[in-house]
Design a protein around this ligand. Sequence first.
Ligand SMILES: *Cc1c(COP(=O)(O)O)cnc(C)c1O
Length: 446
Amino acid sequence: MAKKPFISLAQARDIIADVPTPFHVYDEAGIRARARAVNAAFSWNPGFREYFAVKATPNPYLLKILQEEGCGVDTSSYTELVLSDACGFKGHDIMFSSNDTPALDMCEAARLGALINLDDLTMVDFLEQVADVPETIFCRYNPGGVFELGTDIMDNPGDAKYGMSEAQMVEAFGRLAKRGARRFGIHAFLASNTVTNEYYPTLARQLFELAVRVSQAAGVRIFAINLSGGVGVDYRPEQPANDIAVIGEGVRRAYEEVLVPAGMGDVAIFTEMGRYMLAPFGALVTTAIHEKHIYKEYVGVDACAANLMRPAMYGAYHHITVLGKEHEPCDHIYDVTGGLCENNDKFAVDRKLPKIDMGDVLFIHDAGAHGFSMGYNYNGKLRSAEVLLREDGSHQVIRRAETPMDYFATFDQTPFYDAIRTSNAQGERAFAESKASAWRPGAQQA
Ligand SMILES: *Cc1c(COP(=O)(O)O)cnc(C)c1O
């Protein structure tokens, strides 16, 4: 499907007047519509709940929007638990699906009464050593081997560090039952970024069949099955988008065919989607600031892989729209680069785009999940602001950009800190008083 940015050039300029590029912008209307579509697709299951994967986009303003739409949160670290608690997610509003878990994190999950998802049999003893075993508990399954849809290998659980075998699930449930657990959940995440309506239904059928076997073998009651994340988005314009209504219906069919006949028609379905919930409703907005013509044509922008790591890390495709040039022919071929001293710092390679002029504003699509949150500070690059486009068309800064002193903050106990602060203040003052502060990309051409 053709990819359409959710802001116009005029709206981008309006935001840029408050917040210089680069920044991430999110679309409230799109987020709410997506959450409602997900809830509608699974409304046949009375216990259904989506637990948004906080790691995808850990911003309290966005978590509050999802909370208003009825979602819980899926967390896997102490800080994600703290953020969720601060947003008012309580008790079973929170899933805690950590692995290789530190004692502090597990203690906090137990303190908040979160739904704890144990990644391994050895975690049963660990849990008991650091907290009381709760009445309700999940265990994470890994079938090993490869995960196939038809003849396509989707992913390779046998190589993944997560989860436990079926025999270990039975053993874990039995041990947990002896220590007071009464309600048991099953969780698995077997393939990532799937762009097919068959992933969840296929996974669900496997987990439903597993649930029937495991509940009998361990003599326990399964109250919920968590399909986790992995529902993907159409990053490329030629890809067909997933249809959540079709996915929900496919899961319903497996439920009717496997769980209901086994007398397990009261099991709740949970999901923990991150990417599908938010990726299309966030974008990285950046300005073209340099061009160079060597063996290839390069456009340099003011964002870099520190703002959006997926292209550099996975060679991932992110569609780019040059705002205001939506209808111009894509008759130029560019590498669109950031300024890291790393040759993989390219948002696009050999990409057909309209002619880009310096000062043009680029909208990098589908950055709303695993975008800002994977950001890092390599080369001393600073994390950008995040901006929310409200349903009424206004915008709100929902996280300011990092400053140099944020970057240096962890030196505050060292003797270097005062010198750093002095140098930074001199640099910022010199810039403000110099001709550099009036520089605009492309101004020299005009
Ligand atoms: C990352 C993760 C998710 C979300 O995955 P998406 O691909 O963003 O949907 C859900 N659950 C767990 C345990 C995860 O680690």
